[in-house]
Design a protein. Sequence first.
Length: 139
Amino acid sequence: MATPLDVLGDLDLTVDGEYVAVRGDGRRVVVDVPSLATARRLITKTPYGDTPRATAAYVNDLLAEVDLTLDVMLNHKRVVRLGADARPNAVSRLLNLGNVEVHPSVPARESAARNPVATALLLITGVGLLLWLLRRGDD
């Protein structure tokens, strides 16, 4: 195992015109992005893999090796955790992300707040489908 690292510092940058804050407080690095689009650009424009999944796996393994944790935040709420303290959950297993911890409820709420009509239509469709399945099972 590699020697553990400490990351201390603050970095402010812009990605395609959007502000991104990067903070290191020892064994944890926090990247706070304003939107999912910005997070996607950060993940897909790296030399570490051909796909976001490959990039996440590579970064996760690298961080775990040096005992660091990376939290990706969307408007100050954790969406993804990689590295030493990541605890894979059901979503991670469903998406086959290995040891990456994923919290999809945060972006789902953000998306619902931006698109309330689309969210309502999606919910109505989902409830209708569920009722249809339940009724179909009674026959």
